[in-house]
Write a protein that binds this ligand. Structure first.
Ligand code: SF4
Ligand code: SF4
Length: 105
């Protein structure tokens, strides 16, 4: 540090002994988006062809929003309130069972 350099600001950082002491910050809720219903700004929605789907669960694993759910014996279900239409599930589906369908204006 040179003589004329400005002094760093003093900042007090809290010290936590465990992550359990961290203050609650409402950045996310389990399985759902934290900023409300995000499906309404989607331009394409994924549609699953239940006949082609082999229930492998790959789409469930890759969905960044955790909006794909499985019920025993049936094809995955997408929660369209929170699906943003990113299309990752379509890209990752090994059976090409997902199509992106244009939302209506
Ligand atoms: S990745 Fe495709 S084949 Fe696998 S469960 Fe999802 S939709 Fe079905
Ligand atoms: S389009 Fe994106 S957010 Fe919607 S179900 Fe597929 S991977 Fe998840």
């Amino acid at each position: 540090m040179k003589k004329d350099d400005p002094k760093s600001m003093e900042t007090k950082c809290p010290i936590y002994k465990s992550w359990r002491e961290l203050p609650l910050v409402p950045i996310s809720r389990g399985m759902k988006g934290s900023i409300g219903e995000t499906g309404d700004w989607r331009t394409y929605r994924p549609g699953i062809d239940e006949k082609e789907c082999n229930r492998c669960g790959i789409c469930y694993v890759y969905c960044p929003d955790g909006v794909i759910q499985f019920k025993e014996g049936s094809a995955p279900e997408i929660d369209y309130k929170y699906c943003k239409g990113c299309g990752i599930c379509k890209v990752k589906c090994p059976k090409k069972a997902i199509e992106m369908i244009r939302e209506r204006e």
